[in-house]
Every structure is written in C-alpha cells, then in structure tokens.
Design a protein. Structure first.
Length: 125
C-alpha cells in the first residue's frame, strides 16, 4: 500500500467481500474507530465499491484517468472544487470527473459509499 502510506488516512485496498456475500456497510461504518477510513468492500466488473467514514479534511488531489462517485449514507459531505463547493446530504450522490482537482471534507462523522475504477489510487496522481 505504498501509494497511501505517506498520508494520515486508514486506507485498505483489499477487497473485503466476494460475489454472493452480504455487505453490511452500515454496521462496518458504525464500528469504525478511525477519523478518516476507506475500505474496499467489493468488486463489480472493473470497478470497486468502497466505504468511507470521514471526519475532517482530505487533501486536494485529482485522478488523471478515473472518475469517482460519492454517495452519502449518513452525515454531510462537502466536495470542494476549484470554482464551487458541493454539499451532499444522505441519499445524494455526485460524480467527480477525471482530471478535476477536488477535496472532500466532513465537519462531523460522515459515511459514504464510493464507486471507482479498481486501479485508482485513492490519494490521487
């Protein structure tokens, strides 16, 4: 996991669940003790679904070749873009297209599902 070792986030790129297994993202989020946590839940074709539990700010970054989809399960997620701020509430989602510089932040504990290419480097290029 050398791509993420230099950042203060708990990032787990291993795929936790295989096909035909129940994924309980809420229970995992509720049990999470980290301020900034990212766990790959499962793989669907060439993409992965990740659980994020966020509190605080991520660093500014971009992904040169990959789009990211964020879906808020609980809390409020802000996605800072260079020209605006997007606020996402529970049940809302947003796609950050490749090459767009962005930063995610959550003033209080927030649970998010993310869908992205399996080869994406979470901390950016």
């Amino acid at each position: 996991m050398s791509e993420t070792d230099s950042f203060p986030y708990e990032t787990r790129l291993n795929i936790l669940h295989g096909p035909l297994e129940v994924v309980d993202a809420k229970a995992m989020a509720d049990a999470c003790a980290f301020k900034w946590f990212n766990q790959t839940l499962c793989q669907v074709n060439g993409s992965v679904v990740r659980l994020g539990v966020f509190e605080g700010e991520y660093h500014w970054h971009k992904h040169d070749e990959d789009d990211e989809f964020f879906y808020v399960m609980e809390g409020t997620l802000y996605i800072d873009l260079e020209d605006r701020v997007v606020e996402l509430l529970p049940g809302q989602g947003f796609v950050v297209p490749r090459t767009v510089v962005h930063r995610t932040r959550a003033p209080q504990r927030t649970s998010v599902l993310m869908v992205e290419n399996a080869g994406i480097i979470p901390t950016g290029n």
